[in-house]
Write a protein that binds this ligand. Structure first.
Ligand code: S3P
Length: 421
């Protein structure tokens, strides 16, 4: 696909629903006693994989166009799937399903696409096995022999909401108490939703406690726009000349707002307004205007708060004066692709001064770059980040496969080019 270069961008957009919250709303709705209506559900390929898996376990899920209706079977009402559960490109579906399936009275097999089959599942299967789970393999296909579980006191070795959530979900089925200690605070949508549904769950700083739970009360969910999708427009509005973008209805859960903190630290002109709480999640509108950016340092506790935004933050750093250092981001290596390697290799094609490090990258920004023939590695966030990088490159650029944006943002290019003025 040829990337069209825009002169300036102005206008208002509403990004699709939050991917993490959409997955959880379907999964927890399926485990609730009764009906859950989900508004603002993200109809991206990943979340559709989650719907498909739960339908295969006997859960009725109706798509009404505007909203989704999940007819929950209760915590003990899932049925043994007759076929392998296919999770496509979705790490969240795969890892969270492990936590749910470990304590079921049936066996199940999970697999996904080529990327999923290369992503490590041991980070989930190991803590689950300490709870008594019986799971074959550390890479997909995973064969899960449902069994009785018991609580554990577990100190996490990685900052990962997927791992944390898998243990929490298994903890709902386990005898006794499950205690999880995080190393850094990761997104807490599961804890918020389960709390609202009456689960036995408590959070104290970096510690989450879960007790065996008999019943989840269904809770209608309004999914806010995904800040990870808004991130592309936050960066676009800041780097393009004579530009201003308003983004409506974006989730601003503090475990997710690292992008705003970093862009502000780089000098971006961003305002966040109309702050409110919707469906238990803080939500707001935001506006971003043409800014003069400078380099920054990103690491430590900030990383889990912006992990998915790092490729587009790297694009911002290219147009910022001075040096940007990203460290403590080794988790990027096991995303949909190795995002450290992919960003460095693709940005180099455009003449960016960028160096790969063990746990991140160093970018010397503020120099002229040129267009290139970019590879997306089938990774949605790479595709969208490269489309933004290409905007300020001299000459044209192409993407080898742009359809992968459907994983988290179907319609991305319509929204993107719709802003041209
Ligand atoms: C997610 C957690 C993050 C994130 C992913 C979605 C979630 O992964 O990168 O896109 O919904 O829990 P990790 O938990 O592996 O960091």
């Amino acid at each position: 696909m040829l990337i069209h270069k825009m002169k300036r961008v102005q206008g208002e957009i509403t990004v699709p629903g939050d991917k993490s919250i959409s997955h959880r709303a379907v999964m927890l709705g399926a485990l609730a006693d009764g009906i859950t209506h989900i508004n603002g559900f993200l109809r991206g390929a990943d979340c559709l994989s989650t719907i498909d898996c739960f339908r295969k376990m006997g859960v009725r899920i109706d798509d009404n166009g505007d909203s989704l209706t999940v007819h929950g079977n209760g915590l003990h009402g899932l049925r043994a799937p007759k076929v392998t559960l296919y999770t496509g490109n979705s790490g969240t579906t795969t890892r969270l399903l492990c936590g749910i399936l470990a304590g079921q009275p049936f066996d199940a097999e999970i697999t996904g696409d080529a990327s999923i089959c290369k992503r490590p599942m041991g980070r989930v299967t190991k803590p689950l096995s300490l709870m008594g789970a019986d799971i074959e393999n550390e890479y997909c296909p995973l064969i899960i022999h449902g069994t009785k579980l018991h609580g554990i006191d577990y100190s996490m070795t990685v900052a990962s909401a997927q791992v944390k959530t898998a243990i929490i979900l298994a903890g709902l089925y386990a005898e006794g108490e499950t205690v999880i200690h995080e190393i850094e605070k990761s997104r807490d949508h599961t804890e918020l939703m389960l709390g609202a549904m009456g689960a036995d769950i408590a959070v104290d700083g970096l510690t989450v406690r879960v007790g065996k739970t008999d019943r989840l009360a269904p809770q209608d969910v309004t999914v806010p726009g995904d800040i990870s999708s808004a991130a592309f427009f936050i960066v676009l509005g800041a780097i393009m000349p004579d530009s201003e973008i308003t983004i409506k209805n974006v989730g601003i859960n503090p475990t997710r707002t690292g992008i705003i903190d970093v862009m502000k630290a780089m000098g971006a002109d961003i305002s966040v307004f109309n702050e409110r709480t919707e469906g238990g999640e803080p939500t707001a509108d935001m506006a971003v205007r043409t800014s003069s950016l400078h380099g920054t340092e990103i690491g430590g506790a900030l990383i889990p708060r912006l992990i998915d935004e790092l490729p587009v933050i790297a694009a911002a750093a290219v147009f910022a004066n001075g040096k940007t250092v990203i460290r403590d981001a080794q988790e990027l290596k096991i995303k949909e692709t190795n995002r450290i390697r992919a960003v460095v290799d693709e940005f180099k094609k455009a003449g960016v001064d960028i160096t790969e490090t063990d746990d991140g990258m160093i970018i010397n920004g503020g120099r002229t770059i040129h267009g290139a023939e970019f590879s997306t590695y089938g990774d949605h966030r790479m595709a969208m980040s490269l489309a933004i990088l290409a905007q300020l490159a001299e000459g044209g650029s192409t993407l080898d496969d742009a359809s992968c944006v459907d994983v988290s943002y179907p319609g991305f290019f319509d929204d993107f080019y719709g802003l041209e003025k």
